[in-house]
Design a protein around this ligand. Structure first.
Ligand code: ADP
Ligand code: ADP
Length: 222
């Protein structure tokens, strides 16, 4: 990941809000990076840019040498489906589907349906300790189990980059520790991980912590 002079401005009423104001950032393949900063500092906007959900109005974003900042929506969504997995604070699992069906959702939006996807989904769920919960609906799982299922879903298409927005923000400390252990294991296995967090325990596991303030990189701690 190579971000150069990324700017993102929102218009609100007559005002312009510069959510990102000249971000330069390099993230190597296999790195585990935490993003921290006060509310309004631009963390979610940065994650949205990294996830190709949002395009910057200035600057370039290279992911695996492809410039995402100049792509149209179709090309960006293709990159997203092939290369990027998302995990959210509030899990975003669909309540009427089973856990297995939820994990298989990324395949529904894939241009190249994959006959191995179900096998992979089952293996992922086994690996993260949810083998006996595959055919349950989300309402029957604990928060920690829901987030681990959401991580399995994010990994289904074997994304180069896993992004997470406050992945432990809705969890009690034991569930948060389970999720953090899973993230650390993924990192140990070579997964590139970028996550926004307020949780110092999560940041402590990351190799680097990027501190944002007013849309700028205020500091990087290793
Ligand atoms: P954080 O995630 O650190 O709380 P955000 O990236 O959500 O920060 O927001 C950065 C700034 O951009 C804030 O001032 C916020 O109000 C503004 N902002 C974010 N999204 C929008 C939007 N869709 N429309 C207008 N302003 C926005
Ligand atoms: P974990 O530590 O893995 O997050 P918990 O100790 O919170 O799990 O939950 C233990 C068991 O109780 C889980 O297997 C889960 O299926 C069940 N459980 C937890 N919360 C709920 C709930 N709100 N509704 C139904 N079952 C639940």
């Amino acid at each position: 990941i190579k971000l150069s002079q990324i700017r993102k401005t929102y218009k609100q009423g007559g005002n312009e809000i510069r959510a990102l104001d000249g971000i330069d950032l390099h993230i190597a393949s296999g790195e585990f990076v935490a993003i921290m900063g006060p509310s309004g500092s631009g963390k979610s906007t940065l994650l949205n840019v990294l996830g190709a959900l949002d395009r910057p109005d200035h600057g370039s974003y290279l992911l695996n040498k492809e410039d995402i900042s100049v792509m149209n929506d179709d090309a960006a969504s293709d990159i997203r489906n092939r290369n990027i997995g998302f995990v959210f604070q509030s899990f975003h699992l669909l309540p009427r589907l089973t856990v297995l069906e939820n994990v298989l959702l990324p395949q529904r939006y894939s241009n190249s349906p994959d006959a191995q996807a179900e096998t992979r989904a089952r293996q992922l769920l086994e690996r993260i300790g949810l083998a006996t919960r595959m055919d349950h609906r989300p309402g029957e799982l604990s928060g920690g189990q829901l987030q681990r299922a959401a991580i399995a879903r994010a990994l289904l298409n074997q994304p180069a980059l896993l992004l997470a927005d406050e992945p432990t923000g809705n969890l009690d400390s034991k569930s948060a520790a389970d999720v953090l252990n899973l993230l650390s294991e993924l990192h140990a296995g070579g997964q590139t991980l970028v996550l926004v967090t307020h949780d110092p325990a999560v940041a402590a596991k990351a190799q680097r912590t990027i501190h944002l303030a007013d849309g700028k990189v205020a500091g990087i701690a290793a």
